[in-house]
Design a protein around this ligand. Structure first.
Ligand SMILES: [Fe+2]
Length: 445
C-alpha cells in the first residue's frame, strides 16, 4: 500500500457551516450552504488520462470574472498559476437556482510530489490551501477507497474514510453512484451540501465516479455537470460511460441507469454504450494494464431480499438483456466474460456482497480457495453500497442466494482495492464503525 499521508488537518476547509454532514455522522438536516457568493467551495480533484495532470473543480454561488488555481511546493510558494473555465449550472427545479461551476487542469506535474493549491478569483477571494500528492511513475502500488450510496444524512463511512486518508490509507476514491440523496433536492442545495461534505476527501485525492439511480432528476444533470471534469479526456466524450488507466488497471465506468429509465431515453442508449464498451475493451493492452475493473451502480449479481425485484428481475435484466419490440438488447454479463474482466464493482444495495468468479450464474469450476482466486476464468462481482444514507441498510434472507454468492454482510462500510503489482490485486471490506476488515481476498492472474 502506498503511504502518502495527507495533511488534511493543516488545511481543512471551513467554507460552510455544517449540521453534521462534515463530520460524517448522522444529521437531521442537510448541510447549509453559506459563505459569500464568490467564495470557492466544493473543491474536488479528478484524474485525466495523463497522470501528470489533475483536474480541480469548484463551485461559487455567484459568477466571477475569473477563475484561477495557484499551486506549488508549499503553502507559501504557490508559484504556478492556471486559468480555469467557468459556466453557470441551473437546477431543473421550480426556482431555477443557478450556481457556477469552475474547472481547472493542472498539467506537467512531477511524479511523487506533494502540491499545495488554492482556487479563487485571482484577486481577493480565495479558498483555503489544500494539498494532494502525485504518484510515483514506476511504482504500481495504489489503493482505491470504494463505496456507493452515500448521502448527506447518515454518511457513516465519511469519518473513517477521513481517518484512513489522514493515515495515507488510499490514493484515490471510487464512488460507485448514488450521491447526496439527492443532489437535486432543495433546488440543488443538497448537492452543494454533499460536495462540501466530501471536500475533505475529494480535495486531496481524485474522486472518480459513475452515475446511479439517485442522479436521475433532470436527465442526470447534477451528476453530468458537477462531475464533468472526469470526462475531459475520455474516448466516449461523456461521463456516463468512460474509461481511465491507473497503474496496471484499466477502469471502465458504465451507466446501469440506461437499462432502467426508458422514459428518459430511447433504447438506443444501451446500444451506444455497448458499442463503445466493446471498442474500449478490444483496445485494452493487457501487457500494460493486465487487470480490467468495470464499475457501475446496479448489480448484475446480488442476493438481498428486502427490496424485490432488485436482486431478481432487475439483475436479470441488466445481466442477460431483454427483448423489446422484437429487438434484443444484450446484457452486460457476456461482455464481462468475453473480455476477461477481472472485477465488477457495484453498489445500489446498501450492504456488502462478494461472489465467487461467476458467469451465466455459474461459478468458475477452477476456483476452490475463497480467499485467493487464481487465474479465474470468470469475473468477480463485489457489491459495496453501504457508504451510508438515509435509506439505511439492505438485508439478506440467508435461505435465498445463489451458489455464486460467497460473502454477505448488511453493515455500513467501504472497500479498499489495493493494486499490488501486475499480477496481484487485493480487496478488503471495512466496517464503517471501527474500521475493522470484515472480508478480504486476492485476485491473482
Ligand atoms: Fe441506487
Amino acid at each position: 500500500m502506498a503511504v502518502r499521508v495527507v495533511l488534511v488537518t493543516v488545511v481543512a476547509v471551513i467554507v460552510v457551516a455544517t449540521a453534521g454532514g462534515r463530520d460524517g455522522v448522522a444529521s437531521a438536516a442537510p448541510v447549509a450552504t453559506q459563505g459569500s457568493g464568490t467564495q470557492p467551495q466544493q473543491l474536488h480533484l479528478a484524474l485525466t488520462n495523463d497522470l501528470s495532470q489533475r483536474t480541480v473543480s469548484y463551485v461559487t454561488l455567484e459568477s466571477t470574472d475569473r477563475s484561477v488555481t495557484t499551486f506549488g511546493a508549499s503553502p507559501s510558494q504557490l508559484t504556478r498559476r492556471v486559468n480555469c473555465t467557468n459556466r453557470p449550472f441551473t437546477d431543473g427545479g421550480l426556482t431555477h437556482r443557478t450556481i457556477y461551476l469552475h474547472e481547472c487542469v493542472l498539467s506537467n506535474l512531477d511524479f511523487a510530489t506533494r502540491y499545495f493549491y488554492k482556487v479563487g478569483d485571482g484577486d481577493a477571494v480565495w479558498s483555503p490551501v489544500l494539498n494532494f500528492t502525485t504518484w510515483a511513475r514506476d511504482d504500481p502500488e495504489l489503493t482505491l477507497a470504494v463505496y456507493g450510496d452515500m448521502g448527506v444524512i447518515n454518511a457513516r463511512s465519511l469519518k473513517p474514510l477521513q481517518q484512513d486518508l489522514a493515515e495515507g490509507g488510499y490514493d484515490l476514491i471510487l464512488h460507485v453512484g448514488d450521491f447526496a440523496y439527492n443532489m437535486d433536492t432543495d433546488e440543488g442545495k443538497r448537492g452543494d451540501a454533499f460536495m462540501n461534505m466530501i471536500e475533505p476527501l475529494a480535495g486531496h485525492v481524485p474522486y472518480m465516479t459513475c452515475l446511479g439511480n439517485h442522479e436521475t432528476a433532470y436527465n442526470f444533470s447534477h451528476y453530468t455537470e458537477r462531475f464533468a471534469a472526469i470526462a475531459q479526456t475520455t474516448t466516449s466524450g461523456n461521463n456516463w460511460w468512460f474509461s481511465w488507466d491507473v497503474s496496471v488497471v484499466h477502469f471502465v465506468a458504465l451507466s446501469s441507469e440506461i437499462y432502467y429509465n426508458f422514459y428518459l431515453y430511447p433504447y438506443v442508449k444501451i446500444t451506444e454504450q455497448l458499442q463503445w464498451l466493446e471498442r474500449d475493451l478490444q483496445r485494452v493492452d493487457r501487457s500494460k494494464t493486465p487487470f480490467v475493473v468495470v464499475y457501475l451502480h446496479r448489480p448484475l449479481y446480488c442476493s438481498n431480499t428486502d427490496d424485490l425485484p432488485d436482486c431478481s428481475l432487475d439483475t436479470q435484466h441488466i445481466r442477460e438483456g431483454f427483448t423489446h419490440q422484437g429487438q434484443f438488447y444484450p446484457g452486460l454479463d457476456a461482455f464481462m466474460y468475453k473480455y476477461n474482466v477481472n472485477l465488477v464493482l457495484v453498489a445500489h444495495e446498501h450492504s456488502y456482497e462478494r461472489t465467487w468468479p461467476v458467469y451465466n450464474s455459474t461459478v468458475d469450476p477452477t476456483q476452490t480457495n475463497p480467499h485467493v482466486y487464481h487465474n479465474p476464468q470468470y469475473p468477480t462481482h463485489i457489491v459495496s453500497g453501504a457508504g451510508g444514507c438515509d435509506e439505511d441498510l439492505d438485508y439478506y434472507d440467508e435461505l435465498h442466494h445463489g451458489p455464486w454468492s460467497l460473502v454477505r454482510s448488511a453493515s455500513y462500510g467501504y472497500g479498499h482495492l489495493h493494486i499490488v503489482n501486475s499480477t496481484h490485486l487485493h480487496w478488503t471490506q471495512f466496517l464503517a464503525e471501527g474500521r475493522n476488515g470484515t472480508d478480504e481476498f486476492w485476485c491473482v492472474s
